[in-house]
Design a binder for this molecule. Sequence first.
Ligand SMILES: [Zn+2]
Length: 417
Amino acid sequence: MLDDVKRFDMSKRSKRQRLLPLAWALSYPDIIKHKNKITKVNMKGLKPPYLLLCNHNAFMDFKVATAAVFPHRANYVVAIDGFLKREWLLRAVGCICKRKFTNDIVLIKQLKYVIDRGDIAVVYPEARYSLCGTTAVLPESLGKLAKLFKVPVVTLICHGHHINSPLWNLTDRKLKGTQATMKQILTADELKTKSVEEINEILRNEFYYDDFAWQKENGIIINFPKRAEGLHKVLYQCPKCKAEYKMSSKGEILRCDACGKEWEMTELGELKATKGKTEFSHIPDWYEWERKNVRREINDGKYYFHSAVRVDSLPNADGYIDLGKGTLTHDKNGFLLEGEYKGEKYVVEKPVASLYSCHIEYEYLGKFGDCVDLNTNTDTYYIYPEGKDFSVTKIALATEELYNAEMERKKQADEKN
Ligand SMILES: [Zn+2]
């Protein structure tokens, strides 16, 4: 399919960052506007090359990273949709293209060039924006990557970017006082003596963050009147009546349209039931409760999603190609996308073990609604389920829990043998 379409050239060697003043000009106004403060730990005397691992909540992350590494050059790994129609610009400011949640050797080579020429390789290992301001899953391959490069590993953890502009409603809340911590967590010598598992453990600990907890601790007030609008995309299940896909939001109110229960989102980012008991005041706790319910469905063999979908493809950075209608199935075998384009049938399969997480978008580009995006090494499919009885958040949670369940089964089987 799409045999005559040119593919994005992933192997084109990344350029050294040119136009550094342009990168700075694009970054500093927002840093100043949000009064961002960067704290540096163990960074004294550290010169590139090094590997910089950053958490990912909003576009602001790139700007803070640019300021944090000033005045050194860096190359950033960016997903292909970021390159759309502006490939030349992103190449000029040093970006490297990647399709999310794919294993590709080419990317490792690209990062290696960056390190070998003495620059900073910037990676966002969560590979997607956080859904509710907490750490998303880190790939197991990260420890291996760090060991392979043999250069210091630095983390940059930003706080406040989810609160300021959450994935579920990007409107800038004009938060002042965002923070970031830049920390050298492993020296080149330490990498030599530590195992991949030990490195992964250190990374997981350093990557822990919770933006809503940070908001409360720091007493950050968000008085944006529509602050709850969009939150139902993440909190899709009612904790009172357990109905799914019936949640809605308006102004500062989150509501279940099945049982009528309402919660107010306070200026400190907490939830409060307008009547009766507050099941979850902390938004990430509600989200983790949904995860548990999905896990139960998986364990009981009941998880199954099937829907008619609309599909767009993004083979290169020129634009989306409408592939028309198809069907998407998600169950214990993973994802199965089936469709027909110009009279030719196609199938995209993503077995459970091949995806530890998946990327989703809410109201993507403001056009066709919520979507799941699935990647092969040469294409990205944006898949929009039809109707209202679904939640891409649930599909993402199920992807992670199907993977976890399979890994646990494998581990148990290995232990028996
Ligand atoms: Zn309800």
